[in-house]
Design a protein around this ligand. Structure first.
Ligand code: B4P
Length: 189
């Protein structure tokens, strides 16, 4: 079973590369960003609370996203594998994921980090904001806040996986196909 964490700052290309990995390996895609946006669209209480934070570029509470991931793992017991996109985003989430996976006799094979500088991230997200309708992609200050949250709360997650020998960093700038090729080489290494 192939379980991957795709890691990187907002706009690094996690969603883009996930789509290609799902097609190639038949994995179940678990994107906490997509799950939260689905709650917002459905107008649930959870969605309304999450929207207030997401619109400010702030992470939603760990307990909320961990609960969502737990539900999805339970719903997909026979899966060929999972791709965790945008999760874990804090060390507490990484520890919780470890415990959840152990409970299903599963583990993470690789944590693949897409490395992209702040200028490129800002460009990409502002560009996406023209068509995505996502409020968090539409102004530079908010994008800076998201990147700052990443630096403070999410970047330490890399150390968590590195200490287990699972961290693999790759350059996330370049052609989408070329970046995908690097990811496939890690998986099939
Ligand atoms: P997410 O939905 O996870 O979004 P993201 O980080 O903005 O995007 P991603 O890296 O997937 O970028 P993409 O491939 O689309 O999070 C949104 C918010 O939800 C967070 O700020 C937070 O508030 C909340 N949240 C989510 N998960 C959470 C958690 N676990 N805990 C707490 N809070 C959580 O790429 C971006 C753009 O770049 C696209 O337009 C794409 O076309 C382009 N692109 C991709 N690859 C490219 C390349 N190689 N070259 C040029 N452009 C490229």
């Amino acid at each position: 079973m192939l379980n991957l964490v795709l890691f990187g700052p907002p706009g690094a290309g996690k969603g883009t590369q996930s789509a290609k990995l799902i097609e190639k390996y038949g994995l179940i895609h678990l994107s906490t960003g997509d799950l939260l946006r689905a709650e917002i669209t459905a107008g649930t209480d959870l969605g309304q609370e999450a929207k207030k934070l997401m619109d400010q570029g702030i992470l939603v509470p760990d307990s909320v996203v961990i609960g969502m991931i737990e539900n999805k793992l339970n719903e997909n017991k026979g899966a060929a594998g999972f791709i965790f996109d945008g999760f874990p985003r804090t060390v507490a989430q990484a520890e919780a994921l470890n415990t959840l996976l152990e409970g299903h006799q599963l583990s993470i094979k690789h944590m693949i980090s897409l490395e992209v500088n702040q200028e490129e991230l800002t460009q990409r997200l502002l560009e996406r904001g023209k068509t995505s309708g996502r409020p968090d992609d539409q102004n530079e200050e908010l994008i800076r806040k998201r990147v700052q949250e990443y630096g403070e709360k999410t970047a330490p997650v890399a150390g968590y996986y590195d200490s287990q020998g699972k961290f693999q960093g790759i350059n996330g700038i370049g052609e989408i196909e070329e970046i995908f090729g690097q990811i496939v080489r890690i998986i099939e290494g």
